[in-house]
Design a protein around this ligand. Sequence first.
Ligand code: ADP
Ligand code: MG
Length: 819
Amino acid sequence: MTSSLNTESLRKILKLEHQKGYIDSAVFGGLDKFLRNWTGQATGSVTDPQLLNRFHKLHLVNPNYALLTKQQRKEWVKAVLDFLAEEELREAEGDKAKPTPLVSRPSSRSRVQRTVVNQSIDSPVTVIRGISSSLATKFSRLGVKTVRDLLYFFPHRHLDYSQRKSISQLTEGEEETIVANVWQAQEIRLGGRRSTEAVVGDETGNIRIVWFNNPYLAKKLTTNTQIVVSGRVSLFNGRYVFESPEWELVEDRELIHTGRLVPLYPLTQGLRPRQVRKLMKGVIDQWAWQVEDFLPPELKERCNLLELPQAISQAHYPEDEAIKDRARLRLAFDELFLLQLGVLSKKRDWQESQPGSPFSVKTSVLETFLKSLPFELTAAQQKVLKELLDDLQKPQPMSRLLQGEVGSGKTVVAMAALLMAAANGYQGAFMAPTEILAEQHFTTIGQLLSRVGHQEEGEGYLCSYSGILSHSLTVALLIGDINQVKKQELQQRIANGEIDIIIGTHALIQKDVEFNRLGLAVVDEQHRFGVTQRSALRQKGFSPHVLVMTATPIPRTLALTLYGDLDLSVIDQLPPGRQAVKTKWLKPGQRDSAYAFIRRQAASGRQVFIICPLVEESEVIQARAAVAEYQRLSEGVFPELRLGLLHGRMSAAEKDKVMRRFRSGELDILVSTPVVEVGIDVPNATVMLIESADRFGLSQLHQFRGRVGRGTEQSYCMLLAQNPSEIGRQRLDLIEKIQDGFQLAEEDLKLRGPGEFFGTRQSGLPDLRMAKLSDIALLELARSEAIKLFQVDPSLEKTEHQPLAKELARVWPEAGEWS
Ligand code: ADP
Ligand code: MG
């Protein structure tokens, strides 16, 4: 059917009404309201008098459905459905058979009109009347390409303009809404700009309104026009005034800018709020009902969830706060439920794919290694090591997430496991998120192994040790930009099986790296590695065991949801002798005393990190700012100290050089962009100064802080913030008070908005837009429902699960074969 006469949504709603037994529950707010809107749109585009006549005969224009008896409703619904069927048939028979066109358009457009029949919600937004290709470009900047994207383009919040007041009840400073009559409106100049001034009134009084920079309004607001006005009431020369409030005409149509919960959409240049609101309203009325509700009905009922179309439309234009919350709950449930299903199926695929490589624990090798360590493993490390060894001996590939507070000693546990792989004749891979960290791991492994065996050959990227295994144990570092010849040589040796442990970055999962017998893959600092990367790694070997490590403390439920394909181990204890890092949020005026403190620490031989102000997400700009800050500090503030600079635009070799110098104590201060965030281990560093600390998340601040306090000296974390927002202040307060990473993560969850906690976008998981990860109850509900469903129909083969299978394939195409 044509897009202008949208019979599809009307038909769907009436069918639903029929199914529900004519209790006027198909649409929230009642059918009458829906019909007024629908008919309003339809009659606007229909010119055929016969058709209009039928509209009236069917009481489509003013149905008063609410007042009908059940029997009358039944008859009426049937009559309208028959009419729609007839119309659709007529349309389908083609233009020729039709005596009068349903919609008046030039005949040359009839081809266009026919293609319109095939529109679906996955059509590009340009199928919507009023969206030109230039407007479509603007939307695409916001990630909105199809009609469905538009339906899921949710407002970031709503303004509550739902309480109407009379003019005499208005309060200064409040957001208020009035319905009033225009007495007069005229163009005036305000601050040299052409603007509009109006005086409006109701039975209780009058009020002045000004709209800056908008002289054209004066013409629209003719005397006696009824308008609704929503905005903040301010006081000017002792009298109330609305300044540039939202407004709209009182008409038959639903209000969209005023007098209700008004959506605020994310905007981009060239999109105006009023325009977007109007457009969205039309799109929702016309299309929301065509979204297929993919959840099985009994699940919906059990969980008391709204119908999907209703949830979508209420998420945009809610009737009230309560239904808005329910709408969000439904949409959030969908996200979490689909995520969970995808994750479960991955776990199953993973475990059902080829059998893994069971290792046997070579006790003497392991013991020798552990004894050679300069410390004893903590009880928590021992417990986790045992969990790993148990897994490694099984024929199914291990799939485990190891969580451990920063500095809890995950690396050494992972190394013990890698050593077991090598002892069993397999290769082990150790992937780090950055080259600096990969190099650090390479160095650490080298240091530890030389305590057990003899270093035979050794160059920058390759080391061999004898006396540990029956053959000599070879460890290599493979990172993105080592020279091409060396790289090829390394790759060749990896493929031949000459190298036992390979340490690297993402470069390890690139296509040209082939392992000979990959038995174990360790992924460090998981939150930088997505699901997709994990699968890619798994495909590298004969279903290698996989160990994923993270220092980002994730509350258990959340971990199970996001990483439900992994088993969970936790190192919940720090090595002995660690002291709490004294944390202080400094006022901008205390900067100089912070610098003085740094000088004193440096004088006593300690080292210092300074994290540069966060300028922008762009690495280029960030790097430039870091260079400037480095210059300022080394020339103006600490001319007597040795400073180094680290940023993301430096080559790996440059970064490595700086890091080496810092680690070996040649530098006193390392000025760095946030790249230093994870994993770096320099026990002699005791001071961390973070600029614009208010702009980092709690978990990230905690990561920075974890760079110090790794030795036995008392360490300090100083936070500077220029002009923190309310939420920034809250974070700084929390990080000052709380040392425990898990507790901070819980607090972080409470503070953060939808989907932010993990940056799901980067991690390869489907987007979480509506789900707040603090919705623990909802998380658990979604998880238990997903498990339930997975038990009865793991491949979603049953007919009633087809819509779900389709949706899953759409949101998470790489997750598996759904349909
Ligand atoms: P993370 O878990 O943050 O990756 P690391 O593995 O980098 O932590 O360990 C942090 C520091 O603690 C390292 O210098 C490491 O040598 C040291 N370490 C690890 N385990 C112990 C232990 N049981 N006792 C003392 N020091 C330890
Ligand atoms: Mg680490």
